[in-house]
Design a protein around this ligand. Sequence first.
Ligand code: PSV
Ligand code: MN
Ligand code: MN
Length: 388
Amino acid sequence: MTDFASITPRLAEQAIELPSWAFGNSGTRFKVFGTPGTPRTPQEKIADAAQVNKFTALSPTVALHIPWDKVDDYAALRDYAQSLGVDLGTINSNTFQDDDYKFGSLTHVDPKIRQKAIDHHFECIDIMNQTGSRDLKIWLADGTNYPGQGDIRGRQDRLADSLQKIYARIGDEQRLVLEYKFFEPAFYHTDVPDWGTSYVQVLALGDKAMVCLDTGHHAPGTNIEFIVAQLLRLGKLGSFDFNSRFYADDDLIVGAADPFQLFRILYEVIRGGGYGADSGVAFMLDQCHNVEDKIPGQIRSVLNVQEMTARALLVDGEALTAAQDAGDVLGANGILMDAFYTDVRPALAEWRESRGLDGDPFAAYAASGYQAKIAADRVGGTQAGWGA
Ligand code: PSV
Ligand code: MN
Ligand code: MN
């Protein structure tokens, strides 16, 4: 197996973008539980995200969601973020909370509503120009509930047309990333249900359009690492939304439900050249913390990604290829499993300390007093939440 010291330069390259919405209250259709200290403004969400980076050095950027994170002055918001040691990242559009979008947004049969959704994306691109963001991420709730409800082929054509118009505004240094999800809120068909649909749509747009893979957006049993390998092969894997699922789009802490799956995904990312700042593959979290504290939830998440990345980097690639080529089925499997079963936590703690960080970021945050301070300070106002 590769030794830990040799992988630390690669670990130092790791950057995982945090979603602003992870810091707000969220829940299910049954109940949204509030947490003392929950941010009331985009600035407070960014301040909380900066805490995650302060203790882990893993999360230098924060993704915004428009209009949830709408402000008057985005340049000032960027300055504020930078003053806290982080930067603004991906801009996420939102075409799923307006009555006009009941029967679709970019796919809607009414050209006026399609144009409204396209204009919203133009606004997002204007914001990207002020925040210096590279990626516009589009996730669509568009779809139908009943067979016959809509013309699924016509909707695909309208989607292509709408995306074309948005793509035409994407700057030279910017990208459009199209996320897929197999169901919910539409239950019969979704207009971008799978990686193949996202792929054909972005392929038609051009080089600056890529696929976003959200780990929670697949049917049970899907081999996600195969999709990773295929998209990297095709040069179209733009970004990840990391989270965990047990049942559907649970948005739980990445690596919590199935660390082995996360390891397998990260192994394919590294093997396929998708790891590191120059790879063009962005790592993001897309999570909600319904019952746990949000900042520790995000700290645990980035540490889970770091731990599984370290294990994936430990795989002895040469020995694995040799075993594969020799048809040594169990030998090859054993090489992968040896890396997966390695507890990298002590080595990571030591490495963190050598970089001036606390060896246990989770405990260091708990001891910092920040949680009690925000609970005391943030009284009054409306707490920000998913959909606020
Ligand atoms: C809805 O499924 C969703 O979780 C998508 O994954 C988006 O990335 C996210 O919301 C934010 O829009
Ligand atoms: Mn997502
Ligand atoms: Mn989702």
